[in-house]
Design a protein around this ligand. Structure first.
Ligand SMILES: Cc1cc2nc3c(=O)[nH]c(=O)nc-3n(C[C@H](O)[C@H](O)[C@H](O)COP(=O)(O)OP(=O)(O)OC[C@H]3O[C@@H](n4cnc5c(N)ncnc54)[C@H](O)[C@@H]3O)c2cc1C
Length: 414
């Protein structure tokens, strides 16, 4: 039986970043996953490192918006009717947290993480030889109506408070940056300080390779085999049983599968999202992620082609995929950008692990000594993986954390 200082369960971007940070501190760490490194949610995202994210996504504030979703006319969201009773308490809590004052409070509470997110990626990329995947080209949000743009004043006020630059452009200004966009939109906000990656899977794999260079081991195993052993914890892996005094749960949307049987019930739901890849027609080019805000989708250049990702779908994590949002949004996407043939033959689906207050849980697992949590990064797990590693590393080492970790504690739900 092997013994380590810490076992990290889940090798997505969050678990891999945590494992790497612990290894950098000289700890003997094992990273355990039942699949390959970075192959689940951390594979299929939009690749945006949102150093300039301000506001979390909110519950529709207008009756019209809500009705469009309810009647399944909205391209930005979908739901499975059969899932609504199960997710109703979470949705009510999410709605309460979507009030303007609460949203601004969430932005301020999450800010310390976002403010350092890109710098931490840059550090890890430099150490891991992964800088070729990074594009410091910002991202762009397009607004087809003046009305949608007029709603942005609270976000602009927070941007000023946080010292985040932005350029409010018209269609002509946006086309100077992205000439292949058709001017079907009126207004644009360009966030120059955001970055993106051309291959999220390759980035997580590069961080895992760096972890291995520092002596970390990656093993196959089922996290649900975790049980107490003596004064620590044991997990079964393909290489045999592994013991450690400390365990980090970084299982993304699968965290409840482990935590519930251990008696820890946290209000995590998933917002599913899909992607497809397309070739660009002719000479069309895209240099950065572009969001078509009112239709709720994003297009971004990836190594595989132009990746189009969808907004939220409220459905059971393991339910069969229902990529109906593509039917609703494709005509609009094709009007915006000359998308050609599909560059893949299947539609990817993943699950954003979300708490209703749009904050991750980073810290000790209440009532489970030796267990730490790094879960619930929602729409921003790629962005926040490395900074989560920094914060958790400091907490586990008993150092003064770089920011107040209280807003991210699981206790807020108990
Ligand atoms: C469509 C879409 C677009 C997105 N775009 C962005 C974006 O642009 N920028 C951004 O920052 N974020 C984005 N996100 C969110 C981001 O992808 C997630 O927050 C992030 O990937 C979560 O990482 P994770 O490591 O927590 O989870 P995961 O990547 O899901 O990792 C969890 C790991 O746990 C493993 N696991 C599960 N169960 C077990 C078990 N029983 N035993 C062993 N291992 C197990 C899985 O195999 C997996 O490897 C997007 C998400 C989606 C769906």
């Amino acid at each position: 039986m092997a013994r380590t200082d810490a076992i990290v369960l889940g090798a997505g971007i969050v678990g891999t970043s945590v494992a790497l940070h612990l290894a950098k501190r000289g700890m003997a760490v094992a990273l355990v996953d039942r699949a390959g490194v970075g192959e689940e949610t951390s594979y299929g995202n939009s690749g945006v490192i949102e150093g300039s994210t301000i506001l979390p996504p909110a519950f529709p504030s207008s009756l019209t918006g809500l009705l469009r979703v309810a009647l399944k006319r909205a391209s930005e969201a979908n739901y499975h009717l059969s899932f609504l009773p199960q997710v109703a308490p979470w949705l009510m809590a999410f709605r309460a947290n979507s009030r303007p004052q609460r949203i601004a409070e969430t932005a301020r509470l999450n800010r310390p993480l976002f403010a350092r997110a890109l710098a931490e990626h840059e550090t890890l990329m430099a150490e891991s030889g992964a800088t070729q995947y990074l594009r410091n080209t910002g991202w762009m949000k397009l607004y087809r109506s003046e009305r949608a743009f007029a709603d942005l004043e609270p976000e602009f006020a927070l941007a000023r408070e946080f010292g985040l630059p932005l350029d409010a452009l018209d269609a002509a200004g946006a086309r100077k940056l992205e000439p292949s966009l058709n001017p079907v939109f009126k207004r644009v906000v360009f966030w120059p300080k955001a970055a993106s990656v051309s291959n999220p899977l390759a980035v997580t794999r590069a961080y895992a390779a760096r972890f291995a260079k520092l002596g970390g081991i990656t093993l196959n195993g089922d996290a649900r085999s975790l049980h107490r052993a003596g004064r620590g914890w044991r997990v079964e892996t393909d290489e045999g049983a592994l013991d450690a005094p400390e365990v980090v749960v970084a299982l993304g949307p699968w965290a409840p599968d482990l935590l519930k049987p251990l008696g820890l019930k946290l209000p995590m739901a998933v917002k599913r999202g899909y992607h497809r890849h397309f070739r660009a027609e002719g000479e069309a080019m895209l240099a950065r992620p572009v969001v078509d805000v009112e239709y709720g989708y994003l297009i971004t250049p990836m190594e595989q082609g132009i990746r189009l990702t969808t907004g939220a779908e409220f459905a059971a994590r393991d339910a069969a995929p229902t990529p109906v949002q593509f039917d609703r949004l494709m005509p609009q996407a094709r009007k915006l950008f000359p998308l050609g043939e599909r560059a893949d033959d299947k539609t990817w689906v993943g699950s954003r692990p979300c708490f209703p207050d749009s904050r991750p849980v980073i810290g000790r697992a209440p009532g489970l000594s030796g267990i730490w949590l790094a879960i619930g990064h929602a729409h921003w797990g790629l962005t926040l993986g490395p900074i989560t590693g920094v914060l958790l590393g400091q907490m586990m080492a008993g150092e003064t954390p770089f920011c107040d970790p209280k807003p991210y504690m699981a206790e807020r739900f108990l």
